[in-house]
Design a protein around this ligand. Structure first.
Ligand code: ADP
Ligand code: MG
Length: 284
């Protein structure tokens, strides 16, 4: 019965937190994915460091690394990896992480900002428009624009199969929501064959978009959201069935989720639906 279904799923690395979710998985119409850490690896590599005149590339990377040293966002990890040196945390104060935007912090008394263009706009810093298929981190020091760092993530090997498998079992719509820029989002969307892609969303806007998608689908159909919990915990909670990536995800995400994918493979979403359908055949 249901417990058999849950046990069978857990042997495949899919933890379903109750029989009600197993039942809901039988009537899924829409699957909505987060990008970073869910469809992409969440392991960014620094591909370009572009300082303004009077700033060296080392200085730019140092400011970015100091700003990011308290963040557990995948972007922070990548910048600290590129920096390669230790950060002296004693010079850091007034740390503030703005979800979907970046970091504001004091380093040695200087006000340092590191984040996307929205952060620059909100702090009135004129920034350089960068034309790239990567994610752009702008850096400002004491209100002066210091330059930008372009970083790139890779699509998970499993993601294409994940979308194909969902279509193969009759899921009507696949969607990606991301806080990242439009060029990155549309590239990922085209490569994976997603039906809809929404970019440059703040955490609240992700919830609003999810609600619109919910209204558009049939009233009986269920909606899944799949995320890693970083900047998407509210959407995880709002979906009919929230899936979290167990390996990359935050503890809060694993707590908030209804289903946890231990292997971080998005194709396990279709796997969970298939198990639920088999379980239903066995019971009824
Ligand atoms: P996603 O929706 O792809 O998972 P997030 O919502 O976590 O992305 O972040 C959206 C955007 O906000 C990032 O692409 C980045 O531009 C900016 N951002 C978020 N956190 C940070 C950070 N720690 N440092 C710099 N930029 C950040
Ligand atoms: Mg995220």
């Amino acid at each position: 019965g249901f417990f058999g279904g849950i046990g069978g799923a857990s042997r495949k690395g899919i933890l379903i937190k109750g029989s009600n979710y197993l039942e809901a998985l039988n009537s899924v119409d829409v699957v909505v994915f987060d990008k970073t850490g869910t469809l992409t690896k969440g392991v960014f590599k620094v591909t370009k460091v572009s300082p303004q005149d009077g700033v060296t590339p080392e200085e730019l990377l140092t400011f970015a690394a100091y700003a990011e040293s308290y963040s557990n966002h995948p972007i922070a990890t990548s910048i600290l990896n590129a920096y390669q040196k230790d950060v002296d945390k004693e010079v850091i104060s007034d740390y503030e992480e703005v979800p979907g935007q970046g970091i504001s912090v004091k380093v040695d008394g200087k006000e340092v900002l590191a984040g996307n263009y929205r952060l620059m706009v909100s702090k009135n810093i004129p920034y350089e428009n960068v034309d790239t298929a990567g994610s752009v981190i702008h850096v400002a020091v004491d209100k002066n624009y210091a330059g930008n760092i372009v970083i790139s993530d890779e699509i998970k090997e499993d993601s294409k199969e994940a979308i194909r498998a969902l279509k193969g079992i009759g899921v009507k719509k696949t969607v990606m929501l991301t806080g990242d820029n439009k060029s990155v989002a549309s590239k990922v969307g085209a490569e994976l064959g997603l039906d809809e892609v929404y970019a440059e969303l703040l955490p609240d806007q992700k919830v609003e978009r999810l609600e619109l998608i919910d209204k558009e689908k049939s009233s009986k159909g269920k909606m899944i959201f799949v995320g890693d919990g970083i900047n998407d915990a509210p959407v995880l909670a709002r979906a009919d069935i929230g899936f979290a990536m167990g390996g990359l995800g935050s503890d809060a995400a694993i707590e908030a989720a209804d289903v946890v994918i231990m292997t971080d493979e998005p194709s396990k979403v279709a796997g969970a639906i298939k198990i639920a359908r088999r379980t239903k055949t066995i019971i009824w």
